[in-house]
Design a binder for this molecule. Structure first.
Ligand code: GLN
Length: 530
């Protein structure tokens, strides 16, 4: 029978619930259990696809085209299994489903209410994932912080769920903060006590508490948390700040958290080591060299906006035993001061995905700088589109070349794909999810992947305009990857350049610490030598 773990957070947001849930998933999988993970988000957007990265961080895209919360990225990177759209549920999805049903008359005259209609949908989601994944353990992370008004229906649902399946089959984990007061030099448990009281007000007593803290928490304080929060002492864990998120599973493992979880849920398992993971993390933490790579984007003030990209650079760095220092460059600054000021002396330039025309010219200047100065360049989605625009303008002489995303131009080298014409709804309507791509022999991409047929994840509306294929090719652009029917250009490269590769897809969603993405791996590899 499937067992269920629910992860909630208290005191403040940003404690790393997602990493904690992912780490627990990793440790359980390491024990040979089949794990499924999902994230519930209390906000009213249907998905994060329409939200600004400044509001929400990056949008993580699943194989099946779900635009999901970035925590799903952590789950995939730690646990290693691909997730599906259904692993991400927001209040917006629930309400839109209910209101559609209500308008159709499906409730047959009944009053539609939070309990049972909203809570039923939430509980069904948990059950459905258990069934469809056939998992031994389903981990459900509840987004937001306990006490927030939007989270109430989720807490009520998991409370009901537990009583329906029986307490022995569910485990509530609460992640809280034990703040360190610098002035008095003390760690304080009171906020944790309050947060647990708030949970209890919803009828939930946590079975396990993970106390996040800047410094190591003395045993007496963990004892105190156990007593005041009504939790068995052996289920109170310290979650100390670490150098890298990849250390979290190691810490949990050393405190035998996964053993306690399995005992509590009545899952008979043996202690397993995590030496393989430790070696990977060790390589990552002990680099022999360093390299500086620029990420040129619009949302550089919030690293979470490019989370999977920066994680992918870390994976590639670990592979080459090299620390990748990211230089965050705001493309609007390049527009003001020129590319030299920000890009001189860097070993690689990466232009990630993006939307809208703000900062576009600065990105084009960055691509030009990389091309002319023969600096390794990795363009992702918009980063490919601007590389095409730059090449069309400055090499092919198509002076006003641009993307139709940014206005009407004589040479729309990037244009709306046919299927997108007439689409007005913004949510969930792009080219989304995994698509096949065929690589051309003797290209950098082919060399990187070591195979001809690949699949990669997409999230965009615009495409390379085929009208310009010949002129761009004749001037030295290589179409290194296309859709199998050759209709869509998926990867471009440049002749006479050490490493200039740009893809219409997002390679960053498939990179893992134990399996760096081939494009990132080779990009960092050449940058190290640069
Ligand atoms: N704005 C571009 C498009 O929609 C690129 C999207 C992206 O970089 N993800 O095609």
């Amino acid at each position: 029978m499937t067992k269920f773990i629910f992860v909630t957070g208290g005191v403040v947001s940003g404690l790393g619930k997602g990493i904690a849930a992912a780490s627990i998933g990793l440790l359980l999988k390491n024990k040979g259990l089949k794990v499924a993970v999902e994230k519930f988000d209390p906000y009213l957007n249907v998905d994060p696809g329409t939200m600004s990265p400044y509001q929400h961080g990056e949008v993580f895209v699943t194989e099946d085209g779900g635009e999901t919360d970035l925590d799903l990225g952590h789950y995939e990177r730690f646990i290693g299994d691909n997730l599906v759209k259904e692993c991400s549920l927001s209040s917006g999805q629930i309400y839109s489903e209910i209101i559609n049903k209500e308008r159709k008359g499906d409730y047959l005259g009944g009053t539609v209410q939070v309990v049972p209609h909203v809570t039923d949908i939430i509980k069904n989601r948990i059950r459905n994932l258990a069934e469809s994944s056939d998992a031994d353990v389903v981990i459900t992370e509840i987004g937001g912080t306990v006490g927030e008004i939007e989270a109430e229906s989720f807490l009520e649902s998991i409370r009901q769920f537990r009583s329906e399946i029986g307490g022995a089959n569910a485990l509530f984990i609460h992640l809280t903060l034990i703040p360190f007061l610098k002035l008095s030099g003390e760690l304080k448990t009171k906020p944790t006590q309050h947060s647990v009281k708030e949970l209890q007000r919803h009828g939930i007593n946590p079975d396990m508490i993970i106390c996040r803290s800047e410094i190591s928490i003395p045993d007496e304080l963990l004892d105190k948390v156990a007593t005041f929060c009504n939790v068995d002492r052996k289920y109170v864990f310290e979650g100390i700040d670490v150098d890298t998120i990849y250390d979290v599973p190691i810490n949990f493992h050393e405190n035998e958290m996964e053993e306690r979880i399995c005992e509590r849920l009545g899952i008979p398992t043996e202690r397993k080591n995590i030496d393989k993971w430790k070696t990977l993390v060790n390589n990552y933490k002990n680099p022999e060299k360093e390299v500086k790579i620029a990420i040129v984007g619009k949302y550089v003030a919030l690293a979470d906006a490019y989370l999977s990209v920066s994680e992918s650079l870390k994976h590639a760095g670990a592979y080459h035993k090299c620390k990748v220092n990211i230089e965050w460059v705001n493309s609007e600054d390049i527009e003001l001061d020129g590319a030299d000021k920000y890009l001189t002396g860097l070993s690689g330039i990466l232009v990630p995905g993006g939307f809208g025309n703000r900062g576009i010219e600065g990105k084009i200047m960055a691509a030009k700088y990389a091309r002319e100065n023969k600096i390794p360049y990795l363009g992702i989605c918009l980063g490919m589109q601007i590389a095409v625009i730059e090449f069309a303008r400055n090499v092919c002489g198509l002076k006003d070349a641009n993307s139709s995303e940014f206005g009407l131009f004589e040479h729309q080298v990037i244009d709306l794909m046919e299927k997108q014409v007439g689409v007005t709804n913004k949510g969930g309507t792009m080219r989304l999810g995994s698509y096949p791509c065929t690589l051309k022999e003797n290209t950098l991409a082919y060399k990187a992947y070591g195979e001809m047929f690949i699949d990669e994840r997409h999230r965009h509306r615009y495409e390379f305009n085929n009208t310009y294929r010949d002129i761009l090719k004749n001037h030295g652009m290589i179409l290194a990857g296309t859709s199998p029917d050759n209709m869509l250009v998926e990867i471009i490269e440049l002749k006479d350049h050490p490493w200039f590769v740009a893809s219409q897809f997002h390679p960053e969603f498939k990179s893992r610490l134990y399996k760096p993405h081939p494009l990132f791996r080779d990009f960092v590899g050449v940058a190290v030598k640069n």
